[in-house]
Design a protein around this ligand. Structure first.
Ligand SMILES: Nc1ncnc2c1ncn2[C@@H]1O[C@H](COP(=O)(O)OP(=O)(O)OP(=O)(O)O)[C@@H](O)[C@H]1O
Ligand SMILES: [Mg+2]
Length: 189
């Protein structure tokens, strides 16, 4: 594959994307730390596109839920069956021609690789914002699984994706959803 000379370095909604000739989008992974807006933006985006919305939080085994409730972060052994289940869901949906917006923190590259396994139509959307901004938003929110005290560990664990549509979460959810939907419709990677 020859190097692309005219690829933009970055963009507001979006950013440099990988090689040309990608499979059509069959799923969007909205990723980032707790409180970055995965559920809020993801629901709005799925509504806008008429796609199914899936929140990864709803697919945890009970043991994981209990662990998070008690304030302990999950380890990779806890995550493996959960990510495999989500990957299977995305692949089955793609096979049926039913695109999905998936909200999942997917902080590490290997979690994203597990989600993307045999799913060439998956695109990663990174909801990016400062810890201070997200802390303020979490302070206003009661969440069933995620005490705000775990936010610092989330930022420590975060491996920002090298290949993603990068979104600045300073904008309102509706504007973010509209921008992402436009990008999907335009079919530009
Ligand atoms: N772009 C935004 N502008 C303003 N407020 C927002 C934005 N996105 C999300 N919020 C608010 O921030 C809080 C956290 O958002 P949300 O619950 O969607 O985050 P999340 O990434 O799904 O978190 P978790 O990983 O814990 O599920 C909510 O109260 C939500 O209303
Ligand atoms: Mg959420």
């Amino acid at each position: 594959m020859s190097g692309g000379a005219d690829r933009p370095a970055s963009a507001g909604v979006g950013g440099a994307q990988g090689s040309a000739g990608k499979a059509p989008v069959s799923a969007l992974l909205l990723m980032g730390v707790s409180g970055c807006g995965k559920t809020t933006v993801g629901e709005a985006l799925a509504r806008e596109l008429g796609w199914r919305f899936v929140d990864a939080d709803d697919h945890h085994p009970p043991a994981n839920v209990e662990k998070m409730r008690s304030g302990r972060p999950l380890d990779d052994a806890d995550r493996a069956p959960w990510l495999a289940r989500l990957n299977a869901l995305l692949r089955h949906s793609a096979a049926r021609g039913e695109p999905v917006v998936l909200a999942c923190s997917a902080l590490k590259a290997r979690y994203r690789a597990q989600l993307a396994d045999r799913l060439p139509g998956l695109r990663v959307v990174f909801l990016s914002g400062s810890q201070a901004l997200i802390e303020a938003r979490l302070a206003d929110r009661r969440h069933r699984y995620m005490p705000a005290s775990l936010l610092a560990s989330q930022f420590a664990a975060l491996e920002p994706p090298e290949e993603a549509w990068v979104v600045d979460i300073g904008e309102p959810p509706a504007a973010l959803a509209a921008g992402l939907a436009a990008r999907v419709r335009a079919g530009t990677d």
